[in-house]
Write a protein that binds this ligand. Sequence first.
Ligand SMILES: [Zn+2]
Length: 264
Amino acid sequence: MKSGILEEMTIEEVRELQPNTAVVPIGSTEPHGPHLPYGSDTFLTRTVPEEAVRRAVRRGAKVICLPTLPIGNNVNFRRFPFALRIGVRTLMRVVEDIVEQLAADGIEKVVVVNDHGGNTDALRAALREIAGRDGSPFVCMVCPCDFSGGIESKLIKHPSDHAGEWETSMNLAIRPDLVKTDRLADNPFGKLSLPSLRETFFVRPWHLYVPRSAGGESRTASAETGRAILGASIEGLARFLVELSAAPRTPSFPYIEDSGAGSS
Ligand SMILES: [Zn+2]
């Protein structure tokens, strides 16, 4: 039985699957406070797409999942030890090269999956570079939980962008063996000297933004919440992949051909 997970497949299974869609998970390795492991982002970014691809392939989708890249951009984390990082340009080139090869191997549509904020701008810039080249595959980007149907907004009482209730719940569902439950806490966020800066974009030095390398309340996290979000996210992404793989790659994709033409 073909899984759709490239690392697990033989060359014969890959040829038989004839994938037209590829999923490229981009992870990150950086500290997540005293209670969560460095691999938190990578574990989530691997688990959701892999399970979604398995389901999509069982439902007939021609989709393949690449291995998860465990190192991303963490320049803002550099005051913490071993926040692994490659530069913005390097990350862009890595993604551009991966997509170029996928096109050579017959892939028409690519889904980049990323959960790490430090990667987002580089990945978007890479998508723009790729879009500027004729003959490129269609490339879109999602967070692992974008297709959850918004279930987390009902379950999470204390939102945080790093190692809070949500991320702790996800870890309790994926790798409970690595969560230090005796270290859960309400971790402080740094305060801006100029509150109006909140309206601007700047790259936050995270040793000042989240001095403990985690921010917000994590004591309200639970494996049950994590499993509910995970389940909804996997099923939502699986459905999307089935649709995307089945959609004909017309010259006007992702738009309907001739929409509005001749209506002048
Ligand atoms: Zn994280």
